[in-house]
Design a protein around this ligand. Structure first.
Ligand code: ZN
Length: 232
């Protein structure tokens, strides 16, 4: 009986803004067909933030906590379902001295709530993705759009529209993929250990952030422009 009650509680917690006393841990990916995938928030449909939840201390505290986890893990982005919350929120930020992705320069901190992509470039670029939810896994080569235009809400609930390109567009699409459910590991066909990849990029043997051809899997494959994430 106790076990059943605890299970019911944890499912509900994923849909609330509540920050657990012990803080958040990063949820790790589970391969297709492996046990536990259907209960893991990385593979559950995140809900929208409702109008009465904006501009609240609960929402701001949750977002601050997400950001703290991202900084502690030296990530350049984090989605709510990576910390066990089935909510449509993600953050991106890359500092110029980030040890994980130094090469591409800085991206300013931005919080996206209930995001949609409303337009994308024709051109796509390759990127070798890693992820806080893919600890110890290989990096994976997938394509993302060179630029995207988005619509979302900020913490006050105001509608925001903008365009991102370069590294910011890559991180945005990486986090957006999380909220569409899943990680790059569900899509990449070409995976390499980080060290080996580093050498091959340095010697020019492999492309790094170059125009991608049509055969490279698209990270946000299946997304229809302008559609809310509730549909995925
Ligand atoms: Zn990730």
């Amino acid at each position: 009986m106790t076990v059943l009650l605890q299970t019911a509680c944890s499912v509900d917690d994923a849909l609330t803004l509540k920050v657990p006393k012990e803080g958040f841990e990063v949820v790790q990916h589970i391969p297709v067909n492996a046990e536990g995938r259907s209960q893991n928030t990385l593979y559950l449909n995140p809900r929208r933030i409702k109008s009465d939840e904006f501009n609240s201390s609960e929402l701001n505290t949750l977002i601050d906590s997400m950001y703290t986890v991202m900084l502690r893990k030296a990530g350049v982005g984090i989605a709510a379902n990576q910390i066990g919350k089935s909510l449509q929120i993600f953050i991106i930020e890359a500092k110029a001295d980030n040890p994980r992705y130094k090469v591409l320069g800085s991206v300013e901190k931005q919080v996206f709530i209930n995001p949609k992509i409303i337009n994308v470039s024709k051109a796509r670029k390759n990127f070798w993705h890693g992820c806080l939810s893919a600890h110890g896994e290989k990096r994976g080569n997938v394509a993302s759009f060179e630029w995207i235009e988005y619509e979302c809400q900020n913490q006050k609930g105001e509608i925001q529209r903008g365009k991102l390109e370069g590294f910011a567009a890559v991180i945005f699409q990486h986090e957006f993929r999380h909220l569409m459910k899943g990680t790059y590991l569900d899509h990449a066909n070409h995976l390499l250990p980080k060290e080996e990849l580093g050498i091959k990029i340095k010697t020019g043997e492999l492309p790094f952030f170059e125009l991608a051809n049509d055969t490279l899997p698209i990270l946000i494959d299946g997304y229809q422009l302008g559609i809310a994430l509730d549909e995925y």
